[in-house]
Design a protein around this ligand. Structure first.
Ligand code: CU
Length: 654
């Protein structure tokens, strides 16, 4: 990504610059020439081996080796390996066998599994029984298999997916309108063959198409007039290597196969360069479905840890995904055969108008002051089977940072006899329902607020009991409690709870520690049973905020290898916090859980208008007054008059 020079020359590249396609090729070449390579190895991922923070901060006075991290799967033995390749030295600096784990499902495996099943006689027979004869119309989605009490012990140790099938009504039609109910293919990806076909009975295919592409529509709604974004003098941001700078903000753009977009070293310059977050990314997500039927009960895809949300990123298009003056970044990844794959325009950077930021009318003098809000947007979008997820970071002029996830695409579906409904889902067409589910995300924030030594305070608001201190019954107050040891906390509406990261060693002009609060809006708690396999494997879903001391080994909320990991293996946040390490005035990581509770609506079919979930990081005492006071007033421009009395004024309207 960022297309640095196609060379392994390292002296000028910032240590957090993602690997170029050339560097990926070099890493693969160095590995292939080593004694560790076998002909049956697949490249699960090749990505930058990020140096530790102290090395990054000491660069460039102390040089940093440019290294690639490789994850490998040997199909012949089913064994997983990790390698670190020193690109400057042209050698392998670390080699590790990871026994008993399954790496993520690779995109190549997806396609090979689908093609193999399409041609499998047993699978074909099950489809013929259901009246399906044109196998070119099949859509076979290999879902990660998980680990369940009903699993056949004879399959232990195999590399498994459980494939679910849909069928298009015709070429290019939306296949998710026609789920092949009751058919689950347990498939071994190492041997690339079907090992068990579960057939729980036939339900007729739902009869109605669910198409949304223009060629299937008979009309378009009128009145969507051209709306153009014009930035005649260009955008207000600059991009140098992978460094973005805008209105005091700066950060470095990273991209990994597992997390997609990574923001490094988020900093605000108010005369001094003030670090806020060292590293921010989506680290995990899972969608537990609430339907106990065999088709849905074992859906448990970890889209980061079991597939790689970065691997599934879209190539974005100007005018469709993004409006305005756009700077795109390419993502350089690798396919399972070790060939570099570039996703063009994977990350989009632009500015957006955002209504007004602040306003006051001195109503005695009629003097009006208003400043418009704008935000810098950096985003990427991934397609995960039927769903699309857009991941957006926004930076505002008042020091606010926002992370927002847009949920769209097509809902996962099941078939019912026409005329029936189902308790565990919503009917969206005759014989077609969408099961209830939750999208549960984990966003990791490695903090660096005003430098080293951060703490987290929990702020609860209390009503003062009536009495001498509260004679009118109106009194209430906010109380801050510093979290001492690593822990998990939940939202609490009765106390309007939020959390604030502070630097107890740095005070603002008012004498209080500088801080940023973490504000979660719409959220939920999980409904899958605490002892269910999926919940035990994804324990981060139990709580809304986790705080741990930084440990370079703790990168993902569910641990490094969630694919097919037994719920009995303790890994990830719930296991880590058992250590009860101190989180006071130290190097800390905040893990934010976002739970989008999705009870499907008929309006979400056949393609879903965006749902949104996210959080804000808002400065609290980071500045000592409104940092947007010095914004220049926007020039008042009289645009096309559309008001009844022709009094439209660009300055006063939102
Ligand atoms: Cu949903």
């Amino acid at each position: 990504m960022m297309s640095p020079a196609e060379t392994t020359e390292t002296s000028t590249l910032h240590p957090l610059t993602p690997l170029s396609a050339g560097e990926i090729s070099s890493a693969v070449g160095i590995f292939r020439a080593s004694r560790y390579a076998t002909p049956t190895m697949r490249f699960v991922m090749v990505t930058l081996h990020e140096p530790i923070r102290s090395d990054v901060l000491n660069w460039p006075s102390t040089p940093v080796a440019r290294e690639a991290f490789l994850m490998l799967l040997d199909n012949a033995t089913g064994q997983t390996y990790e390698a670190i390749v020193d690109l400057s030295a042209g050698r392998i600096s670390s080699w590790e066998h990871k026994p008993g784990v399954q790496p993520p499902v690779m995109l190549d495996e997806f396609f090979e599994c689908e093609q193999t099943l399409r041609e499998d006689p047993l699978f074909q027979e099950a489809l013929r029984k259901r009246g399906i004869h044109d196998f070119s119309l099949l859509m076979i989605d290999p879902w990660s298999a998980g680990v369940y009490h009903s699993d056949d012990p004879a399959h232990a140790g195999r590399r498994l997916v459980r494939a679910l099938t849909w069928v298009r009504g015709g070429e290019g039609e939306n296949g998710y309108a026609h789920p092949v109910q009751g058919l689950m293919a347990l498939f071994d990806l190492n041997e690339m063959k079907l090992i068990h076909l579960e057939d729980t009975g036939i339900t007729p295919l739902p009869p109605e198409p669910g198409n949304y592409a223009p060629r299937f529509l008979d009309r378009f709604r009128p009145g969507t007039m051209p709306l153009e974004i014009s930035q005649p003098e260009g955008p207000g941001f600059t991009v140098t290597d992978n460094l973005v700078e805008w209105q005091g903000w700066s950060f470095r753009v990273g991209f990994t196969p597992r997390e997609g977009l990574v923001l490094h070293q988020i900093t605000y310059d108010d005369g001094r360069k003030r670090p806020i977050i060292y590293r921010a990314s989506l680290v995990d997500m899972i969608v537990p479905y609430g339907d106990p039927s065999q088709d849905h009960a074992r859906k448990n895809a970890f889209d980061c840890g079991e597939y790689g949300i970065g691997m599934l990123a879209n190539s974005l298009e100007l005018g469709c995904d993004c409006l305005g003056v756009i700077r795109y970044f390419d993502a350089h990844l690798v396919n399972s055969r070790g060939e570099p794959v570039t996703i063009r325009n994977a990350v989009c950077l632009h500015e957006e108008d955002y209504g007004f930021l602040w306003k006051h009318v001195d109503w005695r003098t009629n003097e009006t002051e208003l400043r418009r809000s704008r935000r810098l947007v950096i985003s990427f979008v991934s397609t995960v089977g039927n769903y699309e997820y857009g991941f957006f970071w926004y930076f505002y002029l008042d020091g606010t940072i926002q992370h927002e996830i847009k949920l769209t695409g097509i809902m996962n579906t099941g078939a019912l006899p026409v005329g029936e409904t189902r308790k565990y889902g919503t009917l969206v067409a005759p014989g077609l329902y969408a099961p209830i589910h939750q999208h549960i995300f984990s966003v990791r924030l490695h903090m660096q607020l005003d430098g080293e030594g951060n703490s987290v305070q929990e702020i609860n608001t209390h009503a003062e009991p009536p009495g001498e201190a509260n004679p009118y019954g109106n009194a209430y107050y906010a109380e801050a409690t510093t979290l001492k040891t690593e822990c998990a906390r939940d939202l609490d509406l009765p106390s309007a709870r939020y959390w604030k990261v502070i630097n107890p060693n740095v005070t603002n002009a008012l004498g209080t520690p500088t801080g940023y609060k973490i504000m979660l809006a719409e959220n939920a708690l999980p409904f899958v049973h605490p002892q269910s396999s999926v919940r035990r494997r994804a324990g981060y879903m139990d709580h809304h905020l986790w705080v741990t001391p930084y440990d370079p080994a703790e990168k993902y909320a569910v641990g490094d290898y969630p694919n097919q990991r037994s719920p009995d293996v303790a890994d990830g946040l719930p296991a880590w916090i058992q250590q009860q390490r101190s989180i006071e005035n130290t190097d800390i990581v905040c893990w934010v859980t976002l739970n989008s509770h999705h009870i499907p609506r008929p309006e979400d079919w056949p393609v879903m208008p965006c749902g949104y979930i996210g959080f804000h990081l808002k400065p609290v005492g980071f500045f000592h007054r409104n940092p947007a006071i010095h914004l220049p007033p926007a020039p008042s421009r009289h645009s096309v008059e559309v008001g009844r009395n022709g009094s439209s004024c660009g300055c006063h309207a939102n």
